[in-house]
Design a protein around this ligand. Structure first.
Ligand SMILES: C[S@@+](CC[C@H](N)C(=O)[O-])C[C@H]1O[C@@H](n2cnc3c(N)ncnc32)[C@H](O)[C@@H]1O
Length: 341
């Protein structure tokens, strides 16, 4: 390599830097390219015989022609060795990574995402270890504050943030009042109820059969493609007013009953809190256009990824649990038709 040569592949020097996540993608995808020119030549050999060359420059990390990250001077080096162990899937419309949400978020540029739809752990509701990571509710809420603030940073002005939760306990209410409501850029817009009527039920009181979905916009105005999500009126004519109803149909209310019943093709038996893909598609089509970006930092079984890809949106996301992550890749493959995983 000589000064002025084009850099094609890089490995980041410091795994602790936010940019480290991108390191893993370099080997997987032709869609992700790193462009830049280096000026310095400092070549060293590692213990394992790999050749690395430090670079002094700024490079652009591009995904599908879009600038993802400007990497500052001396943050990376050329890497000429075997591909590192990888846990990421990046194809045309999909960038899903096996990573912690906070380190993944730190790798994303500000104001770059059109829509965030995410479903965090709920704090001691589900009998899985991922829901019991925090000693106290205040520790959990502090963690929520960190990733929520990061989601707002990466969201474009005019973008929307949807967060799933449950009112089985009051934790989600405190998350709304003490976290979401205190972020100055966020404007509260909707509280959507997802209601369903299956599964085990108590006989001692009315069975709780709904989950909650809060929507905030970043700034007062946001995209709402009502033409994408209208549903038919029950009757063609409004009897009281004596006139035809709007032939385009009506906008659904904030109570949704779409389901992913255990007999449906999309149902996956290995994730306890999967969300219906059709419902996610409604959200995505309401607030984005094809080609726009959707982020889910708690990807789980990959439901948001599937809904994004199937509506032609660019999905970005992560999931910490490697077993869920690996299984979700197969589910995504099956339900989106993406072939190469
Ligand atoms: C409520 S579930 C999401 C389910 C998802 N909406 C679906 O449809 O499958 C929360 C997910 O967050 C993951 N998780 C927990 N802590 C995480 C972290 N720090 N970073 C990323 N993912 C995490 C869990 O493993 C779990 O799969």
């Amino acid at each position: 390599m000589k000064p002025g040569d084009l850099i094609q592949r890089v490995k980041f020097l410091d795994d602790a830097t936010p940019m480290s996540v991108w390191r893993r993608e370099m080997w997987k995808t032709p869609a992700l390219i790193v462009r830049g020119r280096y000026e310095g030549i400092v070549t060293t050999k590692t213990d394992t015989g790999q050749l690395t060359t430090s670079v002094k420059s700024v490079v652009d990390v591009m995904l599908n022609g879009k600038l993802i990250q400007k990497v500052p001077i001396e943050c990376f080096e050329r890497y000429e060795g075997p591909p590192p162990e990888t846990s990421s899937l990046v194809t045309g419309l999909l960038a899903l990574i096996n990573a912690d949400c906070l380190s993944y978020l730190a790798s994303l540029p500000s104001d770059s995402i059109d829509l965030v739809v995410t479903d965090p752990p709920y704090y001691r509701i589900i009998g899985e270890k991922w829901d019991k990571q925090w000693e106290t509710e205040s520790g959990y809420l502090e963690w929520c504050r960190q990733w929520t603030q990061e989601c707002v940073r990466v969201l474009k002005p005019g973008g929307c943030l949807y967060v799933w939760g449950t009112t089985k306990t009051d934790t989600f209410l405190r998350y709304k009042l003490d976290v979401l409501n205190l972020l100055p850029e966020l404007i509260y817009q909707n509280w959507i109820i997802w209601a369903y009527d299956w599964g085990g039920r108590t006989k001692k009181k009315f069975p709780r059969k709904h989950e909650d979905l809060l929507m905030y916009s970043k700034g007062p105005t946001f995209k709402f493609n009502d033409h994408n999500i209208r549903i038919p009126y029950k009757m063609a004519k409004n009897v009281r007013a004596g006139k035809e109803n709007d032939s385009r149909g009506k906008i659904p209310t904030d109570v949704w009953t779409m389901n992913n019943h255990t007999t449906s093709k999309e149902y996956c038996p290995w994730h306890p809190t999967q969300k219906p893909i059709k419902l996610l598609q409604r959200i995505i089509e309401a607030h984005t256009d094809p080609g726009d970006s959707v982020l889910d930092i708690f990807s789980g079984s990959g439901s948001t990824a599937i809904a994004s890809v199937n509506t032609g949106r660019q999905f970005f996301g992560c999931e910490l649990d490697s077993s869920y992550y690996e299984k979700s890749l197969l589910r995504i493959q099956e339900l989106t038709g993406i072939k190469k995983i």
